[in-house]
Design a binder for this molecule. Structure first.
Ligand SMILES: Nc1ncnc2c1ncn2[C@@H]1O[C@H](COP(=O)(O)OP(=O)(O)O)[C@@H](O)[C@H]1O
Ligand SMILES: [Mg+2]
Length: 362
């Protein structure tokens, strides 16, 4: 396992939405999860489940660097929270057999903070910069030069007498992670030799991941239990692992030797997570559109007021999954529930009440 030196203290949550941290179905880490994430992290590319194309590309990329006996080009990992970016960064260092230095955009407040990290890197080391889109501008500029020319200009002195001394750096590899690739300035993006886009995981891959995690946690899952958990995991490994831990609690408290499908359902019902992975807030949003606004369209602010949440929470926390799973669509006139949403709530829409024909709303 690579030698860990954590510059930032702990993993930062990459959402500004406080409410999200209370949700069982949040894709960002909650409370002490960075620690439990660690326990379930695969250490080699072989143990990384799913994303076959990405794995093959990364394998080739790393093999080539090893054969050339040089630090590989810089790597950018882009994708929503909870899909394995930090895990992959650690795997890269492990596979190369080099230490990893960990920091993050928000942890670097001044360009000087970054300069001192850069100037202390050893040859071949991996520098992991989480939430790289949140680096301050001056640090970003310093980073371009360091990534391209392996050089950092160190400022000595203050005021008019200050001067900069160029310092040559050994070859190293930056692994950047971002949930907002679009927010990265293109000159920075251009300095990465390889960009990996992580995607939500299909059910069968999540099922494998849950089986692997169950093995690590010592939970015995009966037939169909992993699949049942996968359905509720919103395509996200972090959520899958969290739900599995709650199911483990259930098994411990009920003295179960094996967890069957019924146990999974009961345990997760307790947390108000339904068969599609929707939680209380998601259901409240759908109910409001369908029952209070007759299927929509309804404006975001009205909808948020109806469920007693901030508009931002509804928009950034609930809607992406509801839209992705086809429960809701956004139109210029407002949010509209789809027939799938009505059906999920056990209701039958009348003609003209659903998003079946929304062409008149655009
Ligand atoms: N492909 C994968 N295979 C196995 N475990 C995974 C995979 N992707 C993510 N995980 C697990 O999910 C959790 C969250 O992953 P992490 O790398 O921290 O996500 P991110 O940095 O993208 O938010 C970790 O416990 C990790 O072990
Ligand atoms: Mg991470």
């Amino acid at each position: 396992m690579a030698n860990l030196r954590d510059e930032s203290g702990s993993e930062q949550r990459n959402t500004g939405v406080a409410e999200d941290s209370l949700r069982m179905v949040s894709a960002t880490a909650i409370n002490d999860e960075p620690v439990s994430d660690e326990e379930l992290r695969p250490h080699a590319l072989d143990g990384f489940i799913g994303q076959p194309r990405l794995k093959a590309q990364l394998q080739l990329f790393l093999d080539a660097a090893r054969k050339r006996d040089t630090a590989p080009d810089h790597i950018l990992l882009a994708g929503p929270p909870g899909l394995g970016k930090t895990t992959l960064a650690m795997i890269v260092a492990n596979e190369l057999g080099v230490p990893i230095r960990i920091t993050s955009g928000p942890a670097i407040q001044h360009a000087g903070d970054l300069a001192s990290i850069l100037s202390s890197l050893d040859a071949g080391e991996v520098l992991f910069i989480d939430e790289i889109h949140r680096l301050p501008r001056a640090a970003e500029e310093l980073l371009y030069i360091a990534m391209e020319d392996f050089r950092v200009d160190v400022m000595v002195g203050k005021g008019p007498g200050a001067s900069s001394i160029p310092l040559t750096l050994p070859r190293f590899t930056v692994v950047g992670a971002t949930t907002r690739e679009g927010m990265l300035p293109s000159p920075l993006r251009a300095r990465f030799g390889f960009t990996a886009h992580l995607d939500f995981y299909p059910h069968d891959e999540l099922e494998k991941l849950i089986e692997r995690s169950a093995g690590v946690l010592g939970v015995v899952l009966g037939a169909g239990s992993a699949a049942e958990l996968a359905l509720r995991s919103r395509g996200t490994p972090r959520i899958a692992n969290r739900l599995l831990r709650r199911v483990r609690d259930w098994a411990i408290v009920h003295d179960l030797d094996e967890v069957n499908v019924g146990d999974v359902r009961e345990a997760l019902a307790l947390y108000q997570i339904d068969s599609e992975g929707l939680d209380r807030l998601d259901i409240a949003v759908l109910n409001a559109i369908v029952r209070n606004f007759n299927g929509g369209p309804v404006g975001l602010n009205n909808l948020a007021a109806m469920v007693g949440e901030e508009s931002e929470t509804v928009e950034t926390v609930c809607e992406p999954y509801l839209v992705r799973e086809g429960f809701l669509i956004r139109t210029p006139k407002g949010r509209v529930a789809t027939p799938k949403a009505w059906k999920h709530l056990g209701l039958q829409p009348q003609d003209g009440q659903t998003a079946d024909d929304v062409s008149n709303l655009f």
